[in-house]
Design a protein around this ligand. Sequence first.
Ligand SMILES: Cc1cc2nc3c(=O)[nH]c(=O)nc-3n(C[C@H](O)[C@H](O)[C@H](O)COP(=O)(O)O)c2cc1C
Length: 434
Amino acid sequence: MSAEPQRHVILNVNVLDVGITHDAWRHNNLDRLAFVDAGYFQRIGQIAERGTLDAFFLADGPGLREDPRFKPSRSLEPTLILAAVAAVTENLGLIGTASSTFNDPWELAYRFQSLDYVSGGRAAWNVVTTYSPDVAGNFGLPELPDRDARYRRASEFVDVVTALWRSANGGPPVEHRGEFFTVSGRLPVPVSAQGFPLLVQAGGSPAGRELAGREANAVFSAELSLRAGIDHYNQVKAVAARAGRDPAHVKILPGLITTIGSTEQEAYRRHEETQVSAPDGFPLTRLAGSLGVAPDELDPDAPLPRKVLDGPPDPKHFKASLGFRESVVRLAQDENLTVRDLLTQLAGGGGHRKIVGTPEQVADTIERWFRAGAADGFNLMPDRFPDGLEVFTDHVVPLLRQRGLFRHEYESRTLRGRLNIPISSSVAAVSAAS
Ligand SMILES: Cc1cc2nc3c(=O)[nH]c(=O)nc-3n(C[C@H](O)[C@H](O)[C@H](O)COP(=O)(O)O)c2cc1C
């Protein structure tokens, strides 16, 4: 028998309020205020833990991003919801997104280390730089800093946060002076069961991939085709290797939107049901925004215009995510899609792959991507909660177990233990040790 533990698919659930589809909230028979009810998130956490999923994931944007007339919007601060979920679960990882552009590193290190301690070593911080221009005004800025400045700040922010976490683990007090921050001190929080939180990253531009390869333990990515998924996977792992890290210590987890039925027909019926009343013009406006053009520059019956295919006019000042943009453009080109086809493929999902089908088909996709070297696992995005997650845990998880791809029970109570990430797994740690 091999001493190596079986390598499993990593499965997190990305709890996008009531579901990824625009219309989920009209169909899930929930109280209309479920998306601001801690008990609702706790029930979803318990379903995820019943299915032995790796972690509960929350996105964030410190501001009102979407028109609330169309869709309930991310509302409660993620670490608070995660603390509520921690109280009713024992093993489930807890990943919270927080922006490095609009937070303070000491305060963020304190908050996540506290969550990590009280949850018994289950926390992770998903670092993003935030692209929504509406947020800047909330923090007194006239506009969003450009991408380069945001990523320079992100890199320094991550260095300070990880140095603070290491200092709480017996490392020296932090004495940092940089372009953005001056921090002198340490955290009052004790060492957690996993030492300190893991670091996740989302953002697929070259600067985003560089940050991920150098520092992150996992990446939440947006990939629409297997080929693009393999390219991205290899790029991030190559950055990690160049930086002197073990590439196995940065896990690549694309989003996967699921609509599941016991037959294909049933799955497509459910898909229709959750899409039909997306408000007129909303998906087109959203797509245009993520491509950096006005909605009237997209003809529904034509392929993407030259202007879009040639790239954003000025990548430095292009406000949306380059990672999302690249995955959408690549899909349209690879599969020769019109704008209308693209809208059907993407409905509600931005740049994430969507599968509508039976549990076997969902398990097949997961297995194909895992074995092809496009993913170490997935950030699952059920069409709607809670039934979209229940059907996954009750019908897809058993198939993955039968195929030897997923655990039958939790093998470690900490997230770090399950993902097999040593405490010395970032460039900062590699250089501090040498
Ligand atoms: C899969 C994925 C998920 C993201 N989730 C969030 C999020 O929850 N909150 C947020 O502010 N930004 C999020 N972002 C965007 C980041 O803010 C990112 O740092 C910024 O837009 C730059 O993206 P880029 O590197 O792809 O250009 C996400 C990006 C990707 C690719």
